[in-house]
Design a binder for this molecule. Sequence first.
Ligand code: SF4
Ligand code: FES
Length: 385
Amino acid sequence: MNAITPNATVIPAPVGLLAELTHRCPLRCPYCSNPLELDRRSGELDTATWQRVLTEAAALGVLHVHLSGGEPTARNDIVEITKTCATLGLYSNLITSGVGGALQKLDALYDAGLDHVQLSVQGVDAANAEKIGGLKNAQPQKFAFAERVTQLGLPLTLNSVIHRGNIHEVEGFIDLAVKLGAKRLEVAHTQYYGWAYVNRAALMPNKAEVDRSIRIVEAARERLKGQLVIDLVVPDYYAKYPKACAGGWGRKLMNVTPQGKVLPCHAAETIPNLEFWYVSDHSLADIWANSPAFTAYRGTDWMKEPCRSCDRREKDWGGCRCQALALAGDAAATDPACSLSPLHAKVRDLAVEEAAETPPDYIYRTIGSNVQPNVRTPLNEEAPL
Ligand code: SF4
Ligand code: FES
């Protein structure tokens, strides 16, 4: 089904719904894409509301539901919610850390009709992984969880977020994915928004390390054809062109926060003056078609130069709005990750400088932290670093 706006423009239905069931999580990864101000348990949507949201998603035409967080298995109703997805014919993907109570709930999730598991791995060496995730004894729990996933015959994807603290382990992540029986591995260089933005200097790898990691992935793709699919997300700051963030603003995805606020992407709340609608007040179809946040940067009308006249504007949709806001101070600017942005050289210089410095300690993700979002000054042409 498609959604219709008041002026009768037909908007193709979203493909995916990211259901951030909770921000609670046993891990404290310093690159977490959750907002700096995390939602508390007391404000989370209840089971019936999530079931209503999923029903509306199916009616709207959503195909995939990513059960995410935080750690989604921290919810007592995760099995019920998964069963609702199966009943509605929605493909369910559990995005999990595999720690805490995840293993205990896995068989019940399988019985409820779970379709796919995406397991995060912070590192290969246990001590390094546990330092990054901020939780002791996490690695053996993850391995036991992965083993049970494959025993059940569920397809397993490993997700590794790459940064200077684990970029030397890219070969190890590939070997680990094979050993654990994963069908897919995501080698995803860190995207610098949310907690990763405040930890950028601690996470930024240098260009030589990035190039080496890309070569390793390309060689492994050849070697492991038919056995393991490897998705590579290259780091923006060293890229030539940006990615179509979230598949393009308001084009593919809806992101529902634990409190029921509906966002076009993870970090949309960092953009000031955007009006977000809640599932308590509006249907998903209404939000998709008419919410001011979704319409703000949908399509190409909002674009400035050089995006406005660029022949890639319907390929990458101008890159990431949240990164444009963070780096250029203007969410409607060309993403400075783009080589055609006037700020691109500065962004690259900044990455080179930060990668050359001794990394500061991580600021770990914590509920109730007083980390301020605007700890960095945007790079603008008038006020260069
Ligand atoms: Fe994409 Fe804009 Fe860069 Fe063109 S100028 S490649 S549309 S970000
Ligand atoms: Fe918001 Fe990229 S994270 S548009």
